[in-house]
Design a binder for this molecule. Structure first.
Ligand code: UDP
Length: 162
């Protein structure tokens, strides 16, 4: 595989997060990225792009055939998005917790969707839901040379590393 996560320290994961076109249009890019940054997750990839239909069909392949699939692909293709890879302890689960539940009207306050969105389709953001989907999505959206591993000085105040 293109991205082997075996070089990461024990318990450290990478997850794929995408700010959808409503997040970009509503001027929420900075505040959404801030939430992950403030939590302590480390950015290792970040780009602003207009995703192609082909990329989005692959990204959402598991939903192909569902009634919301075509409108979903159309919506995420309707404008630029911000794609990122975040790294940290339990990054996949932690990322999903910060994002909230699929339906923003049921997502608790304090979550990105709970605080900033109202309806299921336009729910601002995507985050990988398992290590298999994280691996698949990172490989789909990023080239190897677009990911940057680095030492974050503040990790010593966030992580227990004997
Ligand atoms: N979605 C939709 N209608 C639905 C369910 C989902 O438009 O009934 C959209 C919504 O934008 C959601 C995306 O499809 O974020 C992917 O759905 P999934 O169930 O994977 O939700 P997520 O993992 O994003 O919470």
């Amino acid at each position: 595989t293109k991205f082997d996560s075996s070089h990461l320290p024990e318990g450290i994961e990478r997850t794929f997060v995408m700010i959808k076109p409503d997040g970009v249009q509503r001027g929420l890019v900075g505040s959404i990225i801030s939430r992950f940054e403030q939590k302590g997750l480390k950015l290792v990839g970040l780009k602003f792009m207009h995703a192609s239909e082909c990329l989005l069909r692959q990204h959402y392949a598991e939903h192909e055939g569902r009634p919301f699939f075509e409108p979903l692909v159309k919506y995420v293709q309707s404008g630029p998005v911000v794609a990122m890879v975040l790294e940290g302890p339990d990054a996949i689960k932690v990322g999903r917790l910060l994002i909230g539940t699929t339906d923003p009207s049921k997502s608790p306050p304090g979550t990105i969707r709970g605080d900033l969105a109202l309806q299921t389709r336009k729910n601002l953001i995507h985050g990988s839901d398992s290590s298999e989907s994280a691996q698949r999505e990172i490989e789909l959206w990023f080239g190897q040379r677009e990911l940057v591993g680095w030492e974050k000085d503040s990790d010593k105040w966030l992580l227990e590393r004997e």
